[in-house]
Every structure is written in structure tokens, then in C-alpha cells.
Design a protein around this ligand. Structure first.
Ligand SMILES: *Cc1c(COP(=O)(O)O)cnc(C)c1O
Length: 395
């Protein structure tokens, strides 16, 4: 059995998204900037896609900018707010300790330029509260950027409440909604969101295309200079096939959100319930305000990498927070941020589901994860020490 349970990393494209792309390679391949009919046809497709995305987010099409993905949208949102803030002598930014690196690394860069960054603590409940945001806002705060939902541990943040607080304080509010778009209800006006990032490949669209929503009138800084595309805020010939597929996939996800949420949540809850039976484990992330498809655990006495490799041999594609892929042996900043100590954080497992998963697949996962955890523990010197009382259990 092959089970793809790594949908937080990327999703399989839907047939709809694939079929939407094809005509824009085969026949409607013009450059939207061209004045001839082939170009104008592409331009029309682009503007239709923009209107579709705007309708899904509850904003005006003129507030939608297409980008190369979530990372670019995050970078541009944060840099825009930072540059605007500097012009008013405001150089303080509030964010959270468990943001995606697209946000954290941009903030690191700004810190080196003299901005002051406050990262809100996420240990309590593996989440932040609107009150934490409120308490952190200062006279010189030029941006609050908090993710809508965490990609590793699934916590869903109180975005509407944070938006209301930012609005009241007159501080621009950006949210990285890459994990939320197409999965959770978004209404940028009702939630007082000034800027929002999303990415097509997290909701069964293609890779390499995303959106930055920016409230009308908010001054943007370009990351890419060149032509006058995207109202001169993002140069480069538009990725029409990708943009049209993004719009179709987002609309499809929003149209079927309730139904998908119900199926995915049922599978998630069965997995959480089943995996909780493994001794000396802990669920990561907010147990209540949680993405429908996220399951994240730490198992004491094992290495996440070995777990992934063994699960892969049983056909299960999962992920671990302790990514040594980057050549670093440091456990995930997210797991450390919620207070997991290094040893525990190393034994992490993330299973992220989509509506393409089935209950049979959940049963397959529930058969093999406990076996593989036990198999690894049997070989682990750390586990032996824990069992012999030489070391104390943390979980
Ligand atoms: C995937 C992801 C990103 C990056 O999006 P890309 O389109 O891959 O650049 C940013 N933030 C979060 C929360 C993500 O899950």
C-alpha cells in the first residue's frame, strides 16, 4: 500500500487543476501584455483568475497580486510593511516563534538592518493568544505577522481576534495563510487582514505560484523590478497556466471545504486517538484549534529520520520536524518553540492528510507506526537507559 501523508509539504494536483492548465500551454499561450488577440485572451484568463481568488478571500480583485509562491508573498509583505514603517520611524515588528522560515529569515534580515523583532512565545497551549499580540504592540510597531495555521504542528491561530486588535491599534497585519487557504474559512475584510500569503501547491494546485493579497492603499515595495505586470508591483511575465490552475484549485477547495473538512478531520482524529496509545509519546500542537489534516507527535527514545525511513519501506510518506536534510542536526525550531527538549524533538513525526486519503490508509498507518516505533526503541541505547531507570522519561 502507498500512503501519501505529507500534504503539509505539498499536495497532489487535482485533475481539475491539471486540466485547467493544459489550454494555456496548447492554445491560449499569449503574453497578457501583448495587444493582439492571443495576448488579450491570456489577459482575460488572468483577470478571471484574479476575480476568482478575490471572491474566495472576500476582497477586491485589485488587491490580489500573483507571485511565485508562498515564500515570495511572505517576503514581499514583510519587506513592504518594514519599508513603510521606516518612513514613519517605526521599526518594531511582532511575529511568533513558530513561523515558517520564509517569515523568520526575512525578519532576521531586517533585524540585521536595525529593526527590532518580538517573537511571541508559543509554549502555552502550543499557540498564541490575541492578548499576547495586544501586550506586545508599541508606538513604533510597524507590522504584526502571524501565521494562520502552523505547518508542522497544525495549531490554528486566532486570526480574527488578532486582526481586530491590530486594526484598533492601527498596526498593519499580515498572515501567512499558506496552510489555511483552501482548508479554513478566510474573509480578509471581516478578519481585518491587511496582507495575506497563500500558495497553490498546498491545496492541490501547481507548484511555483502563489498570491499576495494587499489591502488597497497599502504601500508595497517591489522585490522584483522589471515590467509593469501586477500593477507594477511584481515584474515578470505572468505564469498564466499556474495562475489559472491556482484559481480553479482554490475555488474547488473553498466550494468543498465543509465536506473535505469532515472526512479529513475524522481520519485525523482516528490517527491521533490510535497513536496516543503508544507509550511515552506526546501530541504536538493545539489539540482543539487544529488544522483538519495535521497529526504531529513526539515519541521518546527514537530518531525521527529512522522512523521516516522505516515507514517509507512500508509505503508511508510522512515527515519529521527534525530535518537534517539541510545538513543541520538541529531539531525543528517549531518543536523547540513549543518547549520540546532536543532529545524529544528529535523523535517527531508529522502525518498531514488530504481528502485523497482513505480510512484504509489510516488503518495501514496505525498498523505500522506503533510497530516501527517499538522496533527502533528496541535498538536504541537511550530507550534502554530509560527502561533501566538510568535516565528519566520526559514524556
Ligand atoms: C509551504 C509553506 C510556505 C512556502 O510556500 P512556497 O509556495 O513553497 O514558497 C510558507 N509558509 C507556510 C506556512 C508553508 O506551509
Amino acid at each position: 500500500m502507498f500512503v501519501y501523508a505529507d500534504n503539509a509539504a505539498t499536495t497532489k494536483m487535482s485533475k481539475l487543476a491539471i486540466e485547467t492548465m493544459v489550454p494555456y500551454y496548447e492554445s491560449v499561450f499569449g503574453n497578457p501584455s501583448s495587444l493582439h488577440s492571443a495576448g488579450q485572451e491570456a489577459k482575460e484568463a488572468l483577470e478571471n483568475a484574479r476575480a476568482t481568488v478575490a471572491a474566495c478571500l472576500g476582497c477586491d480583485p485589485r488587491e490580489i497580486y500573483f507571485t511565485s509562491g508562498g515564500s515570495e508573498a511572505d517576503n514581499q509583505a514583510i519587506i513592504s510593511a518594514a519599508r513603510y514603517g521606516a518612513r514613519k520611524n517605526k521599526k518594531h515588528i511582532i511575529s511568533t516563534a513558530f513561523e515558517h522560515h520564509a517569515v523568520l529569515h526575512t525578519l532576521n534580515k531586517l533585524e540585521k538592518e536595525g529593526y527590532e523583532i518580538t517573537l511571541l512565545d508559543v509554549k502555552e497551549g502550543h499557540n498564541v493568544t490575541a492578548q499576547q499580540v495586544k501586550d506586545a504592540i508599541r508606538e513604533d510597531t510597524c507590522l504584526v505577522t502571524c501565521m494562520y495555521a502552523n505547518n508542522e504542528i497544525g495549531s490554528v491561530l486566532p486570526i480574527g481576534e488578532i486582526g481586530a486588535i491590530c486594526k484598533e491599534a492601527g498596526v498593519p497585519f499580515h498572515t501567512d495563510a499558506v496552510q489555511a487557504a483552501g482548508h479554513l474559512h478566510i474573509d480578509v475584510k471581516a478578519q481585518n487582514i491587511d496582507m495575506l500569503s497563500l500558495s497553490a501547491h498546498k491545496f492541490h494546485g501547481p507548484k511555483g505560484v502563489g498570491v499576495l493579497y494587499v489591502r488597497r492603499g497599502f504601500p508595497m515595495t517591489n522585490l522584483i523590478e522589471g515590467g509593469a505586470q501586477e500593477r507594477s508591483k511584481r515584474a515578470g511575465t505572468e505564469n498564466i497556466p499556474g495562475i489559472c490552475a491556482l484559481a480553479a484549485a482554490l475555488k474547488d477547495a473553498c466550494d468543498h471545504m465543509e465536506e473535505h473538512t469532515a472526512t479529513v478531520t475524522a481520519m485525523r482524529d482516528k490517527l491521533i486517538e490510535g497513536l496516543s496509545q503508544i507509550p511515552h509519546c506526546a501530541l504536538n500542537g493545539d489539540p482543539v484549534n487544529r488544522l483538519p489534516g495535521n497529526v504531529s507527535f513526539c515519541f521518546e527514545g527514537i530518531e525521527g529520520e529512522s522512523l521516516l525511513l522505516l515507514l517509507d519501506m512500508h509505503g508511508i510518506c510522512a515527515s519529521s520536524g527534525s530535518a537534517c536534510t539541510s545538513g543541520s542536526l538541529d531539531p525543528s525550531h517549531v518543536l523547540l518553540a513549543i518547549g520540546r527538549v532536543h532529545d524529544v524533538a528529535h523523535g517527531s513525526l508529522r502525518l498531514s492528510l488530504s481528502h485523497y486519503n482513505t480510512m484504509e490508509e489510516i488503518d495501514h498507518i496505525l498498523t505500522y507506526v506503533p510497530k516501527v516505533v517499538q522496533q527502533l526503541r528496541n535498538m536504541s541505547p537511550v530507550w534502554r537507559d530509560l527502561q533501566n531507570g538510568v535516565r528519566e522519561y520526559i514524556l
